[in-house]
Ligand binder design. Sequence first.
Ligand SMILES: [Zn+2]
Length: 105
Amino acid sequence: MNKPKYFPTELEILGYTWKVLYIEGTSLNKDDPDEEVDGYMDITRGEISINLLAGNRDRIREILFHEILEAIHCLLDMELEHRDLSNLSVGLHQVFRDNDFLKGL
Ligand SMILES: [Zn+2]
């Protein structure tokens, strides 16, 4: 399975270029492959990894939003609870999706 059409392989986030990797499976944390996650943000490698098997296109896109927020959160040294970050991601994704901000994505 390849990257879904229109999904980015690189993202500029706060002055850094991040790689976005699309992987089938939940072993996304290279430092702890036993950890099962559908999305992972690796600040030291500058990588965001997404499990393509996590769900439909909508779900994959929402995971990408979530990991982008994780990167911003980390780079700006914010202190949101993970639950708040997750809710923000779901909310932003819905507004962007349902108002055609995302075009082909
Ligand atoms: Zn998270």
